[in-house]
Design a protein around this ligand. Sequence first.
Ligand code: GRF
Length: 209
Amino acid sequence: MIKVMEAGRLKLAVLASGRGSNFDALGEAIERRELSADIKLLISDKKDAPALQKAQKREIEAHFINPRDYKNKDEYEMDILKKLHEHDIDLLVLAGYMRLVGRVLLESFKFRIINIHPALLPSFTGLHAQKQAVDYGVKFSGVTVHIVDEGMDTGPIIMQAAVPVYQDDDEDSLAARILVEEHKIYWQSLQLFAEGRVWIDGRKVIVSP
Ligand code: GRF
C-alpha cells in the first residue's frame, strides 16, 4: 500500500471550466475550519468561467490559461505545472474541469489529482451524467469523489453519496439534488488527505482510522 501524503494543512490548486460552485463550497469549508487547507490558485481553461470571478472575490490568485495558445497538451500542462510548483501545491482539485488530464500532470501529481463526478461511478461516466441517470431509469444516483487516472472518470474512489431519483425528475432537478451532496463530500474527501489517512491499494482507496 502507498500512503499518498502525510498529515498537514493542504495547499490546493483548483482547475475549473465553469460555474465554480464546488470551488466556493471548498472555500466555505475552509472558512468554517472544517477543511484544513488553503486554496492557493484557481486555473481555468475558459476565459469567461464564472469560477474566475468567484476566485477574485475570495482574493485567490486566478488564471485563465488558454489551451489554444499551446502547440499541444503537454506544453499546455507544463505551464500549469509551473504554476503548481511555484505555489508548492499538494493536491490538484478538479471542479468542473471539462478536459481529460494528460500525462504531464498525471506523472507529476500521481494520486494527487482529485475529481468530482455527478454519478455513482462506474455508472454514467462522461458528460451529462445526470441526464444519463434519468434516461436509464435508475432509482438512485449520486456523486463520486475519486483520484484521477488516465481514463475518463475511472480512478480509485474516495467517497460516494447516493440520492434518490424520482419519476418526475429531469436532468436539472436531479443535478440540483446531487449538487447538495457534492458540496458536502468534496471537502470531506480532501480533509482525509489533510489528516494523512489516504492510502492506495491497487485500484482501491483505503482510509485509515
Ligand atoms: C459538478 O456537477 C461536478 O460534479 C462536475 O461538474 C460540475 C461542476 O459544477 N464535474 P461547479 O462548476 O462546481 O458548480
